[in-house]
Design a protein around this ligand. Sequence first.
Ligand code: HEM
Length: 259
Amino acid sequence: MSLLNQVLFGVYPYICLAVLVLGSVLRFDREQYTWRSGSSQLLRRRQLVLGSVLFHVGVLVIFGGHFVGLLTPIWVFDALGVSHGAKQILAITAGGVAGVMCLAGGLILLHRRLFDPRIRKTSSFSDIAILVILMIQLMLGLATIPLSMQHLDGHEMVKFMTWAQGVFTFQPGIANAVADVHPIFKLHLALGMTILLLFPFTRLVHMLSAPIWYLNRRGWQLVRTKRAMPIQPQAAAPVYPQKTDAVWPSSTSAFKTRR
Ligand code: HEM
């Protein structure tokens, strides 16, 4: 068993998961105003809608499929009477369709981000880099399909489930589970973990906003005004930041009504 394999699939997963959790908590705690999708919808909408719908539907199906497929204990599938072969075929078909949708949508989004000068200007290095990395990961994922078709009984897939579940249950020597799989699978697993590592430092964090905020719409709204100050009754006027960004709770209608 090579040392590289041990490090990549026995140690690296824990580094990535630790950075994912701690990094996300710290970013949420210290830099909440950067916790957003950084939408460029205002700059060019039509291409965004098509690309975004394809990308997001595809990626949500893939994430759901990966989560359930890799982390559901194998005995659950056995108890439900779902054979390994049936699960492998489901992963190939549903994952394949979702992967193609996601790739098509992502390439539209990447094209828009690279070739629309205004959107390019407002994009950070990480906005572009993470999209490129996701596209590479998708291509690697799709490249696993012809390999998976060579073992439709699902025995390779069981290795990935054993590995993923072994990581979460701290099984020693768990890297051995994937020691002999095809290098394309290994690249896909390694880049997948790297995406988890980068997650807190990119706009991907907005994924966590849905469960945290959107359900009851708490949070903050950044209001930019050209006025020196929002109009307030003089006597009661509190001190607001002048000629600068004023931050208001989104639940407050005071600013709107007094404008
Ligand atoms: C740590 C993260 C990830 C792990 C461990 C992982 C693991 C896997 C495995 C084991 C397979 C082969 C399934 C089989 O046929 O037996 C696969 C396939 C695939 N992956 Fe991932 N993956 C990860 C992240 C991602 C990401 C971020 C994307 C795309 C955004 C992605 C897209 C795909 C696609 C399109 C396929 C082929 C269709 C399928 O079999 O579902 N993966 N992945």
